[in-house]
Ligand binder design. Structure first.
Ligand code: C5P
Length: 288
């Protein structure tokens, strides 16, 4: 049963048009964990629907595994791997458990290493090569690293793709920033214009992957129809934004043109992550 009140106390799934098996906006999660209304959230807390998800396309979702132990990470990955494309790991789990976590996760999906490299060009290149050698499928660098680094990274990405599929994503402005809390020296421009100029730099340098918030996806999709746009700051419950500022629902982000979503707490902080994934599949499948 989903128990974490932070995540589920106000579930407002946005129904897909014309589908009668969706959870309605006005459905309420009652004290016993049952969703009243014509949704499918049963008293036992399980989401019924299309079976185990094995027949459905995997969601273009990378689950941010911002957890502390390998046991927690692998146990969650095992449960939800039939539903999602892959898993995102950052320094928290990576440094505590070492690089072996990458190979262990690879048997459950793609591995997205989110260390946001930002350094001199040679260090960035060797870091990316090291991650590739460990089996990473996708990783992040900061667009602010500049043209020289980005161009060399684009060449490296091309070479590595000769061996296997591999993506470098450039982070523009992280989603916990709003125009109000941007560092003072960046406040001469709006977030949007920073995102615009940094994305132009990334694409001009030859990379094609960008991390951007839901509020920038529509614009970036129009500007770069072929880009691979990854959107974090996703919330299933808009009342629970925590430290994020530029948040979007999964459906809105996909409709706006996101290629993949990063979802962390809205999945790993619930006690029924499989239920959340099943619901996401229903919610998103009409748009995939
Ligand atoms: O729990 P939540 O869904 O907010 O997690 C979002 C994840 O995406 C975190 O791991 C965070 O580090 C990452 N991220 C982000 N904003 C970016 C880039 C990465 O929130 N611009």
């Amino acid at each position: 049963m989903i128990q974490n009140p932070e995540i589920v106390s106000h579930i407002h799934w946005i129904p897909a048009q014309g589908r009668n098996d969706e959870l309605r906006r006005n459905d309420e999660l009652c004290g016993d964990g049952e969703l009243r209304g014509d949704g499918e959230f049963r008293g036992d807390g399980e989401l019924r629907g299309d079976g185990k998800g094995s027949k459905m396309k995997k969601l273009p979702v990378y689950v941010a595994l911002d957890l502390d132990t390998e046991k927690e990470v692998i146990s969650l990955a095992q449960k939800i791997s039939p539903y999602v494309e892959g898993f995102k790991i950052g320094p928290r789990i990576g440094l505590k458990n070492g690089a072996s976590i990458i190979s262990k996760l690879k048997s459950h999906g793609k591995v997205f290493l989110d260390f946001k490299f930002f350094d001199i060009p040679s260090t960035m290149l060797s870091s990316v090569q090291a991650a590739f050698d460990l089996g990473v499928d996708m990783l992040t660098v900061h667009a602010l690293a500049g043209e020289e680094s980005l161009k060399q990274l684009a060449e490296l990405e091309k070479r590595l793709n000769g061996q296997r599929e591999f993506r470098i994503l450039a982070v523009t402005i992280i989603t916990s920033f709003s125009n109000e809390n941007l560092p003072a020296l960046m406040q001469t421009q709006s977030i949007f214009s920073h995102v615009e100029s940094l994305s132009d730099l990334v694409i001009k340098s030859g990379l094609n992957g960008l991390v951007c918030s839901g509020s920038e996806v529509t614009y970036l999709r129009k500007r770069y129809p072929d880009a691979y746009l990854v959107t974090p700051g996703i919330r299933l419950d808009m009342n629970s934004v925590q430290d994020q500022k530029r948040v979007f629902t999964p459906r809105k982000a996909i409709e706006a043109g996101a290629s993949a979503l990063v979802i962390g707490r809205s999945i790993y902080k619930t006690t029924d992550p499989v239920g959340v994934c099943t619901q996401l599949q229903k919610e998103l499948s009409p748009f995939l």
